[in-house]
Design a protein around this ligand. Structure first.
Ligand code: MN
Length: 337
């Protein structure tokens, strides 16, 4: 399955790598690892993202390889490149303004992804919905090519797999993912340091924001769905430099009866970002896709061009309909053995 992509790598010289908006561990880890691998093969490769990296991930980009499309110094002509690798992206809409540029160019478009909702929008698509993460796929590609997994490649790959499996908590924590991580640690990855960097370096003001968000939690559907919101005002008044919704989601998900957690984040006057998570039965990728988003069965998201309260009203009625039309069982590990 990798052969077509291997041929593109072997026959080409200049490559671009990109990933989705609101990039996170898997997106950034897989593009950094692929970049380092291609450079190790003496290829010219550049990473160009729509947005600057979130601060918490900047330390992984040790050589400042991730370029920011809107930065004036970044002048790229896609037609100068042999191929663009689009990693961890299920749909063109997740690429923001960059999508139109890519679509308009004649560059060979290669997609490497693990979202089940991915329709195969590129010229060449490697989509494995059973992979834990895009990073696991990059690991597989490098292994297929008999490439060396150096520590510089292993660290971002570990970042990918660890974050997309919720640090080995979610149902995508497969034997393959753990085997890859075992190999990565053998190379020298410092798991505990990556964990600390991601989850234990927050500003004290983050607790203020958590307090605000937890203070307005709203249960729906007999408490099986719970949502909260982060408005610009809340973010500003708490003073957090970087908003991480994962901790809020994990805290709410700690409640036994909760099946679905939804966090609404106000991005602009008419722009709201929605994160959905579920535990056992609710297909949140389906819920997100009703609002133009997508993702995985247990973790999905959408960007809605509505003011936050309108978005909340619409999404919550969608959630109520889902609960009315589907059997939603909230079961705690029926059989562990
Ligand atoms: Mn991913």
């Amino acid at each position: 399955m990798w052969q077509k992509i291997v041929d593109i790598i072997n026959e080409g010289k200049r490559f671009i790598i990109t990933t989705h908006l609101f990039s996170e561990g898997d997106a950034i880890g897989s593009e950094l690892a692929l970049h380092r691998f291609l450079c190790g093969l003496n290829k010219d490769a550049v990473i160009v993202n729509n947005e600057a990296l979130p601060a918490v991930y900047r330390c992984f980009d040790t050589d400042r390889d991730v370029k920011f499309l809107r930065n004036k110094d970044v002048n790229i002509n896609l037609n100068d490149f042999d191929a663009i690798f689009i990693v961890d992206v299920a749909d063109w809409s997740q690429l923001g303004d960059f999508a139109d540029m890519i679509k308009a160019s004649s560059i060979t478009k290669v997609c490497i992804d693990h979202h089940a909702s991915n329709p195969g929008y590129a010229d060449i698509n490697f989509i494995d919905k059973d992979a834990s993460s895009a990073g696991e796929l990059i690991f597989d590609l490098i292994t297929f090519m008999n490439g060396e997994i150096t520590l510089e490649i292993a660290t971002p790959l570990y970042l990918s797999i660890a974050t997309d499996t919720g640090w080995f908590k979610f149902s995508n924590t497969s034997a393959t993912a753990l085997k890859a991580c075992s190999d990565l640690i053998r190379v020298g990855v410092k798991s505990e340091m990556i964990y600390e960097q991601l989850y234990q370096t927050k500003h004290a003001s983050y607790l203020k924001l958590l307090n605000l968000a937890l203070g307005i939690l709203r249960p729906e559907c007999d408490g099986k769905a719970v949502w909260t919101k982060l408005t610009k005002e809340m973010i500003k008044s708490s003073g957090v430099p970087f908003v991480d919704t994962d901790v809020i989601i994990d805290l709410v998900r700690a409640v036994k009866e909760v099946e679905v957690v939804i966090v609404f984040r106000e991005i602009g006057d008419r722009k709201t970002k929605v994160s959905f998570r579920s535990k056992h039965t609710v297909d949140v990728a389906k819920l997100a896709s009703d609002f133009g988003g997508g993702g995985h069965v247990r973790a999905a998201g959408a960007s809605i061009n509505e003011p936050i309260d309108t978005a909340i009203g619409n999404v919550i009625s969608g959630v109520r309909e889902y609960f009315e039309g589907n059997e939603v069982c909230v079961s705690v590990a029926a059989s562990l053995a």
